[in-house]
Design a protein around this ligand. Structure first.
Ligand code: B12
Length: 214
């Protein structure tokens, strides 16, 4: 039953069908499927298929947009369930998507998971100029800054932000973590980031680790 519902959620994202995603996500919740399982096994797998089809030339930009909308609809159903529990305050994180990049589904999932684990999170949004990252570090004084980039053409902005933080003498005051589909540990090492998170759960583990929280 739950496998069938997860498959329905996945297929509804692939079809870009907002109503069906909402309906099947709600049904899965009602059937007792864990929100995280709905997220990872239904919604995220669905948007991955959309990405594959786009890369293969079977889907076009409007299909990507519909897939993203469908994904958002499913996330709105499970978000209250993930973030409602009150937790101890663990730390302050600021996160944004680099300039030239409009992808925010993954960033938003990271934010949702960080919040649900007790982090206070400031969301800078998408298409954020490198200088704004730096200015906001000065203003908000987060312990950790997260930088998301989804395009091979925008990942260099992560490097630029780290360099700017260095130039402004702020690099020692904040931990920098990076993520996004094209990112890996080798890139994090190369640009001098403090860590790389493959997904939202590893982002939470990474933040805890960097702040010395067990
Ligand atoms: C949905 C989507 C869109 C939507 C985005 C909507 C939105 N609000 O985000 C729209 C339609 C706007 C879009 C536009 C474009 N897209 Co697009 N898109 C995608 C798609 C299908 C899914 C991305 C996604 O949401 N994945 C699901 C989430 C959960 O995964 P994620 O983002 O990787 O995030 C996870 C981890 O990476 C990590 N993470 C993410 N950020 C961070 C940050 C930190 C700090 C940490 C620790 C971890 C972390 O945790 C997240 C949760 O698990 C991908 C395909 C793919 N496989 O990535 C293409 C993809 C990224 N897009 C692509 C392209 C080419 C484009 C366009 C250029 C298309 C065009 N011709 O216009 C434009 C660019 C617009 C722009 N300037 O940004 C290419 C990029 C290719 C490349 N080599 O760079 C991809 C890979 C598709 C493909 N296979 O060709 N896209």
């Amino acid at each position: 039953m739950s496998q069938e519902l997860l498959k329905n959620v996945l297929e509804a994202v692939v079809d870009g069908d907002v109503e069906a995603v909402t309906e099947f996500t709600e049904k899965a919740v009602a059937a007792g499927v864990k929100p995280l399982e709905i997220l990872n096994e239904g919604l995220v797998k669905g948007i991955e298929v959309v990405g594959e089809r786009f890369a293969e030339g079977d889907y076009f930009l409007p299909d990507l947009i519909l897939g993203a909308k469908a994904m958002d609809a499913g996330i709105s159903v499970i978000e209250p369930l993930l973030t409602s529990e009150k937790r101890d305050f663990l730390g302050k994180v600021m996160i944004g998507t680099v300039e030239g990049d409009l992808h925010d589904i993954g960033k938003n999932i990271v934010i949702m998971m960080l919040k649900s684990n007790g982090f206070e999170v400031f969301d800078l949004g998408v298409d954020v100029p490198s200088k704004v990252f730096v200015d906001k570090v000065k203003e908000l004084k987060p312990q950790i800054v997260g930088i998301s980039a989804l395009l091979t053409t925008t990942v260099n902005k992560q490097k630029e932000i780290i360099e700017l933080l260095q130039e402004e003498g702020l690099r020692d005051q904040v931990k920098v973590i990076i993520g996004g589909a094209p990112i890996n540990q080798a890139w994090a090492d190369k640009i001098g980031a403090d860590g790389y998170g493959e997904d939202a759960l590893s982002a939470v583990a990474l933040c805890k680790n960097l702040l010395g929280i067990k």
